[in-house]
Ligand binder design. Structure first.
Ligand code: GLU
Length: 313
């Protein structure tokens, strides 16, 4: 039996990514990430109740970094509900992922939960009343249940590498604390945040873990439908930092990137897609990963902005 049109599309996208020489630059500000081989590329597509399709280096685990913010936000909304919005906003920032600028102007209330300052506040809110170990265990439980895979783990070496060098994040945390928007000591919240960012997954595991955001009868439902819509909305408007508008324009799907080179994108009601290519564009989002999402969405005719136009698959 020949392969499905979607599998063919994934194979072709992976093959053309492999052949590319302009791959972007690997994140070097986290020393443990600086040595990653930029020639790797993988893509996975998960649909409710169907086998996950993969192409490229789909067995290689990578550091999901800021994609973890999606799972921590889901955990925070499940545990704390709308109270979270007292401490963090829902607007795109238009600034880089680790910017301090707006935080000073807006008196310590970060624009959204996906820029670093907002993610640090979100982690701090979940951490309140428990230990870093318990919070990270809850996060791993959430991700493992969502992916249906108990082997997903945290890479402590990468977390330690960021603890030793993440001065900007320490600056953000102390600044938040000075405005009363950090409940725990900065070291405690950041230790948790850096370990959360150091979760490692393959694209297959990540695409499967994203299925809860797709919805439908056959997928785990760890948070309410209302929260799912809101997480997807935030991924669309804020998931790619100051490149969020460009991603919405080019791909047309909610997505969250990480500086490890991973992107998770959701086709609501249809599919969860994960892509990984470690080289980043100037926004700090995976260069070939973004291009691959753009190609797949266009070939399949997937866009939340579509007017019923069908793709070629
Ligand atoms: N751990 C990274 C940081 O805080 C995450 C950034 C990202 O993936 O965009 O700098």
């Amino acid at each position: 039996m020949g392969s499905s049109p979607l599998q063919t599309a994934l194979n072709e996208i992976a093959a053309s990514a492999r052949a590319r020489e302009d791959r972007g630059a690997v994140a070097s500000y986290i020393p443990e990430l600086a040595g990653i081989d930029p020639d790797q590329f993988a893509i996975a597509l998960a649909r409710p109740g169907q086998p996950t399709l993969v192409a490229g280096d789909a067995q290689v685990p990578f550091s999901i970094q800021s994609v973890s913010k999606v799972f921590m936000l889901a955990l925070a909304l499940g545990q704390l509900g709308d109270g979270l919005w007292l401490r963090v906003g829902r607007e795109p920032s238009g600034h880089s992922f680790d910017s301090m600028l707006l935080l000073e102007l807006e008196k310590g209330r970060p624009r959204n939960p996906f820029i670093n300052a907002g993610a640090i506040v979100t982690t701090d809110a979940v951490l309140q009343g428990s230990t870093p170990r318990e919070t990270l265990a809850a996060l791993l439980r959430f991700i493992r249940a969502a992916a249906g895979d108990d082997t997903i783990h945290i890479n402590d070496r990468i977390a330690q590498s960021e603890i030793a060098t993440g001065h900007r994040n320490f600056a953000l945390a102390h600044y938040l604390r000075s405005h009363g928007n950090l409940t725990n000591p900065p070291d405690l919240t950041l230790g948790t945040y850096f370990h959360q960012c150091a979760v490692e997954m393959t694209v297959t595991q990540l695409a499967n873990a994203g299925l809860f955001l797709v919805g439908g009868p056959d997928v785990p439902r760890p948070v309410s439908e209302r929260h799912i819509r809101r997480i997807n909305a935030l991924m669309m408007t804020c998931g790619h930092y100051d490149g969020s508008g460009d991603y919405a324009f080019r791909v047309g799907l909610p997505g969250k990137s990480g500086v490890g080179g991973g992107i998770l994108s959701i086709v609501p009601g249809v599919a969860s897609i994960a892509v990984w290519s470690p080289g980043l564009n100037h926004y700090g989002n995976s260069k070939l990963g973004t291009e691959a999402m753009e190609q797949l969405a266009s070939r399949a005719g997937w866009s939340v902005f579509g007017a019923g136009e069908r793709g070629v698959l």
